[in-house]
Design a protein around this ligand. Structure first.
Ligand SMILES: Cc1cc2nc3c(=O)[nH]c(=O)nc-3n(C[C@H](O)[C@H](O)[C@H](O)COP(=O)(O)OP(=O)(O)OC[C@H]3O[C@@H](n4cnc5c(N)ncnc54)[C@H](O)[C@@H]3O)c2cc1C
Ligand code: FES
Ligand code: FES
Length: 1262
């Protein structure tokens, strides 16, 4: 039988039908090669966690190339002849680290580190393929494939840009400062041609593999393909990336891999440019670029190249093919294929093969109607275009890169020779409706006209308005938006192409799209060398291991013996429906399915939220829904199989029968509840704070409302748990923020003593509050299976399940009435806010919001009413800066509205309402105004707006007072080893990227007076740290540091006599103490009740400048200056990236991250990377400057430090004020009255565009 042969990190694998045909390269790397450095999260090509590097050759040139792929999308049977390198192969502790790994670590480009291997592999592939020919721009443009939720990207971008041949002096200096060895080379990795171990370059080998009744054909000639198609039940695959967009549910008898079919590869230039259908998108782009330079008739390909640069991302384009993309459009007519739009715009043709030598050339619209059964896309033909033609194309997306188009458009204008009269026009749109391609009537209307006149333009726009009638439903943007956007894009094209003498210069910039300069950032902080290693800018303790993929996460634990995999069976039905029973017949037909459990199988209590004696967790939430469904997608059963994929497949095949299905519309928002008859049971009044001092100088009364939505945490490590029965109980390896809740809940579920469960947390791959309690449901489920089957069980939530059933940031809204005097000073404020907690009262945030709604202002005259609403959604939970971000945002909105209504400068309004004299905010405003050159830039942005009708800028400032308060218990056990004086710490905090371990090690080294290298931190466990509080609220690092200091002090006291006796070195001191029988281990438990760390405030000021493309709704954050009072930072580099990361997560919350639910069932419609868009690397501020307040100390904090993990997120609300101001300018130009404008949050491209209130008559040239 044929075998597929490939290498992973130099080790050869020969595989055949023993693996199922749906085995991906990722599954192989992780479970067969057992290399867990390569991660997996979305399985859609949307996160980059799984990226690996490949060296291989492909026909027709058979030239060896290095390229990155998303291993989650690649079938293992497509890897024949590939030499695959994973992050471990790039460099590791045994062979040495690669310069890319070193530099990312040194420049602090890692936080949780779960995304890091994917970044390394993207960069490594780029570096290997381009060697020294990389520019900063190219580097920054090459990471649309990777999402990092922790860092805010700036540090990653800097680290990678240091490899550019035009690296900025600032970056070079950073590399030097951080002691990177710029020339360092990995000792054992493959950095040159010879060391790669290519298996063979001959691609002409046909393969046929049988696996469990299915056949895999690796075709090399067209005739093989048609031969294999004869079976009838087949699927063609080329790059196999299409499944990232439309996943497959069928299992055809035959799979035909056409990626090596010679006749489908390569390109040629006859009259037309002919591109084989199996040419990859990147190969096509290379051809476009070259030909556009070499051949005038194809100069339009440069425009197509620029458009293609926005299609997917490099790893998808490396293997994704032209034919694959077009066929997806054929099968799913609604697919916004960019290729289809581009090719049709320029009048391309497509050749269909019905057999060898049987070819048919047709147009693209004809292709969509063709029955493609037993046919192949053979090639596409792009015509030469004379210089009488102008081409413009657009793609409008929810973020800068890696997103499908909301609307894409291509416009070709063909003029009569030497005239400005149109002979032909092609106006093509995607994203309008499945059948809409050409705006045919508009095309006709333009013929014979000069399009660069107001008259012709008016006719065209009116005709467009008649014929562009979008269809489609949520989560795609509204039909109104897509219609107006389509019209606007045509206008944009005309603006862009119009000769100078025919256009009013203020319209000209409307024709451009944002072309960002390479982003940059600066970080301003002091460090006191006298305190080092405290306050020293050091890289994270785990950084090198993160960069090599060697760091062990729960999700990365190797196979534990006879492991089984579990998957939740969810109740995908309207909330309020009642479960009757389960039919598992189909599920048990999936190979390897071994068990199915429901609530009835739980030996103890059916809950994962065992109420703690704390207000945080107050009610039982069911582990498995026993009867009444609380929200769409609630876990109701657990299916168990011997393979993860099969467990997930089987989970979809369990049929849940319902006693009744609720046909009442679910209540999904605060407004739904307020409008319902259930307010008495669903609204909880948490507290009302009454004013103590109302003013009576009321000159204006201002009213308003403000709403903000939810946010998915988007941790890259999915919710994961591995439960392993041991002699006297169970080891529960969990990616949780909370040892204690996991410990108690698992014990309660299993009905076993708490001391028999040992919860072990290695490192958590990002959490942001999402793994405080939601992780416990996964842990309890895995433990239940392990308990019932007496074997190790691994449960990893697929992204869709994770997004569906894990709670999110609490949506919050308020209404207010405020009376102010003539200076804008608040005389009274009445505000009522509501928070949507989902279906349970656990983890309420109203208390935090009450703490923060006052922000830095005088609240004596404020009445604040805090309410919580219980909706039919998963129980919402803490999300980075929970409650505080919402509180600050509501109040900053009020300040902006007062400023608007009174006409007083918004900064003056804020200053006028500050809370007291000790508050440093006033000086911070002065400093930041100077650092940011605020006043000057404000004037410049006003000037810019006068000169530009369709581009608008605005600069705004926001203030923050973040109240840190302490809760819970956190222990620390410090052990000194007499052998060498090294120190190990075990503590009850959780390292999840925030740098807790590094800070604690710095504090320990400082306290003991030893080098940092002597200290290491071990995994947290519930056996060593029982009864600890969740790590959250930004306080973990400080509390554990405090406990560590106390434990160190105990040790120092014990060591003091030996020091007095004259031990000269630390090692001698320890040896002497040991010889004298001294206990070299000490522990301490910090308790908020007993210890004297007092609450304190963190202050921040942020100025942000934004530019809006008024014709699309896209925005560009041009510059951010953020000044935060960090006290005396324990570890400045960590605090810098914490601030940047929090701020960028906030930018995502306010601009691109929109969750959409189905109103009828409560189903989450945005449940994957295709529809939910956290910011990417090109969405961060183009210029991000972070300043720490100088000479500030914190008398209350630990060693005078302050927390940094969350506060900066609160400042990101400034972006919506800047956006509103910019849109206001456009509305004033349009003649709208100057009214307060409330743009719905998040301020997505759609909401920004719609807020402009476009009128077609405004779209003119003169
Ligand atoms: C993360 C991500 C982002 C993306 N973003 C965009 C985007 O912004 N814009 C956009 O337009 N596209 C986008 N895509 C789609 C991407 O372009 C396609 O996935 C890719 O081009 C498909 O090529 P493939 O070779 O991988 O196809 P495959 O996945 O191998 O196949 C896809 C389909 O095409 C069929 N097929 C393949 N080749 C042929 C052929 N020669 N003849 C007949 N049938 C064939 C297959 O049977 C299958 O049904 C994105 C995809 C991903 C995963
Ligand atoms: S897991 Fe492959 S891209 Fe997300
Ligand atoms: S470091 Fe990138 S997601 Fe955590």
């Amino acid at each position: 039988m044929d075998k597929v042969v490939f290498k992973i990190n130099g080790i050869e694998y020969k595989i055949g039908g023993e693996y199922s045909l749906d085995f991906t390269l990722n599954e192989f790397i992780r479970t067969v090669a057992d290399l867990r450095g390569t991660k997996v999260m979305c399985r859609e090509g949307g996160c980059g966690a799984c990226i690996v590097s490949v060296k291989a050759s492909a026909p027709p040139t058979n030239e060896l190339t290095t390229f990155a792929v998303n291993s989650c999308l690649v079938s293992i049977f497509s890897c024949h002849g590939w030499d695959i390198i994973t992050v471990e192969g790039v460099g590791n502790r045994r062979i040495g680290y690669h310069a890319i790994q070193q530099r990312l670590a040194n420049l602090n480009g890692t936080q949780c580190g779960f995304c890091t291997p994917g970044w390394i592999m993207s960069m490594y592939s780029l570096y290997e393929s381009k060697k020294n020919a990389l520019t900063s721009k190219e580097i920054e443009n090459s990471f649309a494939s990777n999402i990092c939720r922790c860092t805010g990207y700036r540090s990653i971008a800097d680290a990678f840009k240091s490899f550019a041949n035009d690296a900025s002096d600032a970056i070079k200096q950073q590399v030097i400062d951080l002691e990177d060895i710029a020339t360092s080379k990995c000792k054992g990795c493959k950095s040159d041609e010879e060391s790669w171990c290519i298996i063979e370059t001959n691609n002409n080998i046909k393969k046929e593999i049988d696996s469990d009744g299915q056949k895999w054909y690796r075709a090399t000639k067209l005739e093989d393909v048609f031969q294999a198609m004869k079976s009838g039940d087949y699927r063609i695959i080329a790059g196999n990336t299409g499944q990232g967009v439309y996943s497959y549910s069928d299992q055809p008898k035959t799979i035909i891999d056409i990626s090596n079919v010679t006749e489908l590869k390569g390109h040629e230039l006859e009259v037309n440019l002919v591109l084989g259908s199996a040419v990859t998108l990147n190969e096509m782009m290379d051809v476009f670029l070259k030909l556009s330079e070499d051949n005038e008739d194809f100069s339009y390909l440069k425009q197509l190249w620029e458009h293609m640069d926005l299609v997917a991302h490099i790893p998808v384009r490396n293997i994704g093919t032209i034919g694959g993309n077009l066929f997806m459009k054929h099968r799913h007519n609604e697919f916004q294929s960019d290729l289809f739009v581009l090719f049709e715009t320029v009048g391309g043709m497509i050749t269909i093969a019905e057999g060898v030598g049987k070819y048919k050339k047709i147009t693209f619209p004809e292709f969509l109607k063709l029955d493609m059964n037993k046919k192949l896309i053979f090639n596409v033909l792009l015509p030469p275009l004379s210089n009488c033609c102008s081409v413009k194309t657009y793609k409008i997306m929810p973020r800068s890169q890696n997103s499908h188009a909301f609307v894409n458009a291509g416009i070709l204008l063909q003029f009569h020779w030497n005239s400005q009269v149109l002979e032909k026009a092609n106006i093509i749109y995607g994203g309008i409706s499945p059948s809409f391609i050409h705006a045919s009537k508009t095309e006709m209307a333009l013929i014979g006209k000069d399009p660069y006149t107001n008259e012709a333009l008016e006719i065209a726009l009116k005709t467009l308005a008649e014929e562009v009638n979008p269809t489609g439903k949520e989560p795609e943007p509204s039909v109104e938006y897509r219609k107006m956007l389509a019209i606007s894009l045509f206008y944009k094209a005309i603006l862009s192409l119009c000769p100078n003498d025919k256009i009013n210069p203020i319209y000209r910039s409307g024709g451009d799209v944002f072309k960002r300069e390479v982003s940059k950032g600066s970080q301003h902080f002091d460090t006191d060398k006298a305190l080092w290693p405290l306050n020293k800018p050091v890289k994270k303790l785990e950084a090198m291991l993160q960069c090599s993929g060697e760091l062990v996460f729960t999700n990365a634990l190797k196979k534990q013996g006879n492991e089984v995999y579990a998957a939740f069976v969810t109740a995908d039905v309207a909330p309020g429906s009642i479960i009757d029973n389960f039919d598992t017949t189909e599920a048990f037909k999936v190979p390897g399915v071994v068990a199915f459990y429901t609530a009835k199988d739980i030996p103890g209590k059916n809950t994962f939220t065992s109420p703690m004696e704390l207000t945080l967790i107050v009610v039982d939430e069911e582990l498995l829904c026993s009867e009444k469904v609380m929200y769409h997608g609630q876990p109701a059963g657990i299916i168990v199989a011997t393979r993860e994929k099969n467990a997930n497949t089987a989970s979809k095949l369990v049929k849940i029968n319902y006693k009744s299905i609720n046909d009442r519309k679910p209540l999904l928002s605060v407004d739904d509840i307020l409008k319902s008859s259930e307010t008495s049971t669903r609204i909880i009044n948490n507290k009302t704070i009454e004013p103590t001092n109302i003013g009576n100088d009321v000159k204006s009364v201002i009213k308003g409302e403000f709403k903000m939505g939810d946010q998915y945490h988007f941790y890259i490590e999915p919710q994961t748990c591995i439960a392993k029965p041991i002699n006297d109980g169970m080891e529960v390896y969990s990616a949780t923020q909370w040892l204690d809740l996991t410990n108690i809940s698992v014990a309660n579920c299993l009905n076993v003593p708490v001391n028999s469960i040992n919860v072990i947390v290695q490192k958590v791959g990002g959490s942001y509050g999402g793994k405080i309690s939601r992780s416990v449901q996964v842990a309890c489920a895995a433990a239940l299976v392990a308990h019932l089957l007496d074997t190790t069980c691994r449960l990893i939530l697929p992204l869709q399940t994770n997004m569906m059933c894990a709670g999110k940031r609490v949506p919050t809204q308020n209404s207010f009435e405020v009376g102010v005097n003539h200076k804008g000073v608040i005389q009274y404020l009445k505000t009522t806010f509501y928070q949507d907690k989902g279906h349970s009262k656990n983890e309420m945030t109203s208390g935090f919001t009450l703490h923060h709604i006052g922000n830095c202002y005088d609240t004596k005259s404020w009445q604040i009413v805090a309410n919580t609403a219980l909706t039919d959604k998963p129980s919402n939970t803490w999300c980075r800066a929970p409650g505080s971000a919402e509180g600050v945002a509501m109040t900053e909105n009020i300040m902006e509205k007062i400023a608007y209504e009174t006409g007083i400068d918004p900064i003056e309004i804020r200053i006028a309402n500050l809370n007291d004299q000790t508050n440093p905010i006033k000086e911070m405003i002065t400093q930041l105004k100077a650092d940011a050159d605020y006043d000057n830039r404000l004037e410049k942005s006003k000037e810019f707006n006068i000169k530009n009708r369709w581009r608008k800028r605005a600069i705004k400032m926001a203030l923050m007072q973040y109240d840190v308060f302490f809760f819970g218990n956190y222990n620390s056990i410090v052990s000194i080893y007499h052998g060498d004086g090294s120190v190990a710490i075990i503590h009850g905090g959780i390292e999840m990227g925030q740098g807790l371990n590094t800070k604690v090690a710095q504090v320990c080294a400082y306290t003991l007076g030893i080098p940092l290298e002597k200290v290491s931190i071990k995994a947290s466990t519930s056996h060593t740290s029982p009864n600890t509080m969740t790590t959250g609220g930004s306080i973990g690092s400080e509390c554990v540091s405090y406990a560590t200091i106390k434990a160190c002090e105990v040790l120092l006291e014990r060591l003091a006599p030996f020091r007095q006796k004259g031990a000269l070195t630390w090692e001698r001191l320890i040896a002497d103490a040991f010889n004298a029988g001294i206990d070299l281990q000490a522990s301490y438990m910090y308790s908020a009740l007993n210890d004297d760390i007092k609450p304190y405030c963190i202050y921040g000021v942020c100025a942000l400048e934004v530019e809006i493309d008024i014709l699309t709704g896209n925005h560009n954050v041009m510059r951010v200056d953020l000044l935060e009072d960090t006290g005396r930072s324990l570890s400045p580099l960590i605090d810098i990236t914490q601030i940047e990361g929090a701020f960028v997560m906030g930018l995502g919350y306010w601009t691109s991250e929109k969750l959409v639910y189905d109103n009828a069932t409560g189903r989450l419609l945005t449940d994957g990377t295709w529809t939910y868009k956290p910011p990417g690397i090109k969405d961060i501020p183009a210029d991000m400057r972070i300043y720490f307040s100088k000479n500030t100390k914190n008398e209350f904090g630990v060693l005078q430090s302050k927390a940094t993990g969350e506060p900066a997120l609160c400042l990101a609300t400034v972006v919506i004020h800047a956006i509103r101001e910019a849109v206001r300018s456009a509305r004033l130009d349009a003649g709208y009255p100057d009214q307060w404008l409330q743009i719905d949050n998040p301020c997505t491209v759609e909401n920004i565009f719609m807020a402009v209130g476009h009128k077609i008559e405004d779209f003119k040239l003169k």
